[in-house]
Design a protein. Structure first.
Length: 297
């Protein structure tokens, strides 16, 4: 087991998450960490990995409980850690924190999932629009009491929100940059949202190989079925209860899952600002990968 020293990590805190919650985490040698910027296929990848580890679909609890977001401030930390420590199977955790803000264990596996930032932005607009207002108010009140910024306001206008999203120095591009810098490490696998959509069987096999998970062909067929976007949306009992936080439950949280919607929203000036911001924080190779996935790799 390994324990976390927060002195080795950069602190990231928002109204929604706090990476100092890793401090009391105890690792195991075969732990799996799914790391992404928000709205880049986190839940989808958690579902794929959970199905590979439990190929018969016999999850002891819904996947969102099975694979918790330790940094999330709206879940009691003691309960979450107690639940994780009680798991006897291979564990899977998720993170939305940059690589310099999470514990890094040599004997663990890390999967980083990227997506074209413009698609992630459009998905974030839907995410904020569908979050229940009472929950937003509660999180903002806690943030004010803790002396940290409130959640970014979204009034339904993506053009206004784009300026806020681009100016957030610790958000999307910073997260991508920190994992891209570690891409040569053997215990880190880069996965792209677009590749999952274009070739779910191939990407699922690649993830299985990385995790050293073996499943039969019959099991693999079932894994793919349960890992499809459509299956997830229609089986909340497998994934988790989103009704508490989001209007429309799981169908509000896992919305369209489509790419390219930004083309109908961004004007030329906004597209230029996006490209300039990306170039400030990412290499050309990283930008190419975000836009094209496996083609760039």
């Amino acid at each position: 087991m390994g324990q976390v020293s927060m002195g080795d990590l950069k602190i990231y805190r928002t109204a929604v998450f706090d990476n100092s919650r890793w401090e009391n985490f105890e690792s195991r040698a075969d732990d799996v960490f799914i790391c992404t910027p928000p709205k880049c296929g986190t839940t989808w990848t958690q579902t794929i990995v959970a199905n590979l580890i439990h190929p018969e679909g016999d999850f002891p609890v819904p996947i969102m409980q099975l694979s918790p977001w330790i940094e999330a401030v709206f879940v009691p930390l003691e309960d979450m850690l107690s639940s994780l420590n009680a798991q006897t199977h291979r564990r899977v955790m998720k993170s939305h924190t940059a690589a310099d803000g999470i514990p890094w264990f040599a004997d663990a596996k890390y999967i980083f999932v990227g997506r074209d930032g413009r698609d992630a932005f459009m998905s974030m607009c839907n995410h904020l629009e569908r979050m229940k207002k009472d929950n937003v108010a509660m999180l903002n009140a806690q943030a004010v009491a803790a002396g940290i910024p409130q959640m970014p306001a979204y009034d339904g206008d993506p053009h206004t929100f784009l300026k806020i999203w681009l100016e957030n120095k610790d958000n999307f591009f910073n997260i991508v940059a920190t994992y891209w810098a570690r891409r040569s490490q053997e215990n880190l696998l880069l996965v792209h949202y677009g590749d999952l959509k274009n070739d779910l069987p191939g990407e699922t096999r690649r993830i299985a190989d990385f995790l050293n998970v073996e499943v039969t062909e019959q099991q693999f067929t079932s894994v793919l079925e349960r890992s499809s976007f459509e299956y997830m949306r229609s089986h909340p009992e497998m994934v988790g209860d989103f009704d508490i936080m989001f209007e429309g439950g799981i169908k509000g949280f896992i919305f369209k899952g489509t790419n390219g919607r930004w083309r109908e929203v961004f004007n030329e000036d906004e597209l230029t600002r996006y490209q300039q911001r990306a170039a400030e924080l990412l290499s050309k190779e990283a930008i190419d990968w975000l836009e094209t996935g496996v083609e760039a790799a």
